[in-house]
Write a protein that binds this ligand. Sequence first.
Ligand SMILES: Nc1ncnc2c1ncn2[C@@H]1O[C@H](COP(=O)(O)OP(=O)(O)OP(=O)(O)O)[C@@H](O)[C@H]1O
Ligand code: SF4
Ligand SMILES: [Mg+2]
Length: 322
Amino acid sequence: MKPIVEVKNLSVEYTRGDQKVRAVAGVDLEVSAGEILGLVGESGCGKSTLGKAIVGILQGAEGEVNFDGQQVSKIGRGQRDAHYRNLQMIFQDPYGSLNPRRKIGDQIADGPRISGVSKADALEKAESLLERVGLPRNAVERYPHQFSGGQRQRIAIARALAISPKVIIADEPISALDTSSQAAVANLLVNLVEEFQMGLIFISHDLSIVRRISDRVAVMYLGKIVETGKTEEIWNSPAHPYTKALMSAITHADGKAFIPLDLPGDVPNPAYPPSGCRFHPRCPLAQAECGSSEPVHVSLSDGRKVSCILQQAGSAPKALTF
Ligand SMILES: Nc1ncnc2c1ncn2[C@@H]1O[C@H](COP(=O)(O)OP(=O)(O)OP(=O)(O)O)[C@@H](O)[C@H]1O
Ligand code: SF4
Ligand SMILES: [Mg+2]
């Protein structure tokens, strides 16, 4: 399947006082139409920064983002806005992104209106999208505070859909919701991806939901993707020691959170990443050379990609024991 979004060597550097923090440090990633890619990793590893860089709302991102085979930086300025409408981001707190003083219908209609749709048609679209996400059509007349957290997230999803995006990046879209809304909103996203053949990058701390809904998973550690592969392969035979640590934490933590990991030390300060393999100070399988040379990101025979010297390009994943 041809990827709809392809990210190559993407980096983002923040300035914090006199420190430079490379929150995303050379990431390659892709997602196809109709595919859900789960993005996981400890707090502060750069997931939100990566998401924002892909949708183009961050200054200073470097690298290549290809959309539908076209390099975004080569799209003319006049077409950039139209391009960015293809990529929509949904956040953890829908209340923060909805305007409390405007009717829901008008907020959903904004996107189609910008593309030249008449007011009446845009409101009609808002009503049918509200219905599609499980809310009554007359919700168009109401205001954000009249809805629960789960309903507000559905409204945020309807607003994103109004622009007919090809890719949605959902950053912890269910973590602020109560347990019953979490499953319902996750299922809604799965159905919408299938129905509209969008790509979805699903960022979450809840590994049990990631496992249930994702086709593939990308594991991030300190600004880098250390492993990507099909969900069940990642769970059944992790090829990177960090992936294995994450996947075993789920059984301890009952799927709710993977922190603290059963690993020595904390996540290092990204302003001063460790030399060589960034994971080496915490890795139970670290070798002498891990502190000096950075592992190459290689493809294994089952199609997954991993950055660890224990794995060899073209071979089956070597089982890890610790
Ligand atoms: N605006 C900013 N200015 C400076 N540093 C930032 C900024 N935003 C994020 N960072 C730093 O960049 C790194 C990555 O942050 P990011 O929010 O992308 O991580 P995350 O994986 O989304 O974490 P979480 O799981 O807690 O949401 C962190 O070290 C964070 O402190
Ligand atoms: S390269 Fe070395 S330190 Fe890094 S994950 Fe592999 S074994 Fe561990
Ligand atoms: Mg985040």
